[in-house]
Design a protein around this ligand. Structure first.
Ligand code: FCB
Length: 457
């Protein structure tokens, strides 16, 4: 690696979080129940019986957290809005106190020159909508569009980047296929319907965005932008055999092409439709849906952490593939450390779109050790981030229009079904005292941001 990798001027340096993972205050100030509240309160769903009831208590400690972001020098902070905090029943009744929380947060970020990057939905559907079928019910897409339109009217001009969804793949496959995530359904037949309704809700929200915030005719202050955040993990076949190659194509299809193609190429890939139809699964597409889903965006966000290696497995009725265990060193998630995931995910996106791209999540969980002096010398996380940023730099040199990078995550938080055991943060959270402590990687990232790149000492 060269000793100096400087990024283009204006490159966005960020960190990301999600509402349920950090906010806590699960029933404070009129917030409604979400499917993650219900799921985490169900015994046996989350490692160690953990819940996000308190999490990082960010709802009450947001000012301290924003001060940390400013000290890091973040150019942008990506976070999500908890829909049931704002609309406790999912529709109709607006909860002013929930809205006020986000207004304070957005104002504080802007005052400090940290561009808010807001995700409207990071998996915490209002339980009241789940009771009416959730994402299986087409009506939920309409409710989402109303919620989105309201947010655009409330905060439109103050938020630089809007993303409709975070990883519809995960919501559809883990929420409804494996049941690892809320609402915990284990019913593969739901996956394509849920996926389609998520995409439809995205399209409807984009339509609302353009109506509320038409693109300015002249360029002045940066105009608010709309996009979506996808889970794009590269897939490799375990061997050159035709069976492994075919299985890999379908596995890659289910995770990546199933969402990229309707968003950017006019419809669902034929080979996937054939594959799933044979299993009795089909998306509930109505006339006009695909045009809505394909509406032009301003940017695309990619979350990528590793690669997956697939081997043919006729016993897996859903994908026909089995993921081989990681070959090399892994993070505490058991995910292979594979820095090229960055460039492979970006190239995959570029097959579909020439939009500006952002890495909206990348980072690593490790078993951090607090030293006797209280320091957390997480060299493994620094090495991970450095290697992945070096590849991001290479992608830009290759001509890929990568505009920014967000570390997952600002501070250790509730890692979904894994509970609090998996620490991805730049900042350590003591979940008993709520004390925050910068890890060595936070100081390191602060210097990367200040130098706009990697400068080895
Ligand atoms: C992503 C999620 C994020 C976090 C990381 C580790 O899939 O978007 O909330 O859990 O994984």
């Amino acid at each position: 690696m060269s000793d100096k990798l400087i990024f283009p001027a204006g490159f966005v340096w960020g960190a990301a979080t999600a509402a349920y993972q950090i906010e806590g205050a699960w029933d404070a100030d009129g917030k409604g129940e979400s499917i993650w509240d219900r799921f985490a309160h169900t015994p046996g769903k989350i490692a160690g019986g953990a819940t996000g009831d308190v999490a990082c208590d960010h709802y009450h400690r947001w000012a301290e957290d924003v001060a940390s972001m400013a000290a890091l020098g973040l150019g942008s902070y990506r976070f999500s809005l908890a829909w049931p905090r704002i609309f406790p029943e999912g529709d109709a009744r607006l909860n002013q106190r929930g809205l006020d929380f986000y207004r304070r947060l957005i104002e504080a970020l802007n005052e400090r020159g940290i561009a808010p990057a807001v995700t409207l939905y990071h998996w915490d559907l209002p339980q009241a909508l789940q009771d009416r079928g959730g994402w299986l019910n087409r009506d939920t897409a309409l409710r989402f569009a109303e919620y989105a339109a309201c947010m655009f009217r409330q905060f439109g001009g103050e938020v630089r980047f809007w993303a409709t969804h975070n990883e519809p793949f995960v919501q559809a496959f883990y929420g409804h296929g494996t049941g690892e995530n809320a609402p915990g359904h284990r019913n593969p037949w739901e996956i394509l319907t849920v996926g389609h309704h998520l995409l439809l809700s995205h399209g409807l929200a984009v339509e609302a965005f353009r109506a509320v915030l038409p693109r300015p005719a002249t360029s002045g202050a940066p105009a608010p932008q709309i996009g979506i955040v996808l889970f794009v993990w590269p897939h490799h076949a375990a061997s050159r055999s035709q069976r492994d190659q075919a299985a890999n194509r379908i596995a890659d299809g289910g995770m990546n092409r199933l969402f990229l193609a309707p968003l950017f190429a006019g419809g669902y890939p034929e080979d996937l439709l054939r594959h799933f139809r044979w299993r009795g699964m089909r998306p509930a597409v109505r006339p006009g849906d695909l045009a809505l889903i394909g509406a032009p965006l301003d940017f695309l966000g990619l979350n990528t952490y590793t690669r997956l290696v697939n081997q043919a497995n006729p016993f897996d009725l859903l994908s026909g593939a089995r993921q081989l265990p990681a070959r090399g060193p892994t993070t505490a998630m058991g995910w292979e450390i594979y820095p090229n995931c960055i460039i492979e995910a970006l190239r995959k996106a570029r097959e579909y779109t020439s939009l500006p791209l952002y890495i909206t999540e990348n980072g690593a969980a490790f078993n951090d050790v607090i030293g006797p002096d209280g320091a957390i010398d997480d060299q493994n996380r620094i090495a991970y981030l450095r290697q992945h940023l070096a590849v991001a730099h290479q992608a830009i040199a290759e001509g890929i229009d990568l505009r920014g990078y967000y570390v997952w995550t600002l501070l250790d938080n509730f890692e979904w079904a894994k509970g609090f055991g998996k620490r991805f943060g730049l900042i350590h959270t003591d979940f008993v005292t709520q004390q925050r402590r910068w890890k060595r990687s936070a100081y390191w990232y602060r210097d990367v941001i200040a130098r706009n790149g990697l400068v080895e000492e």
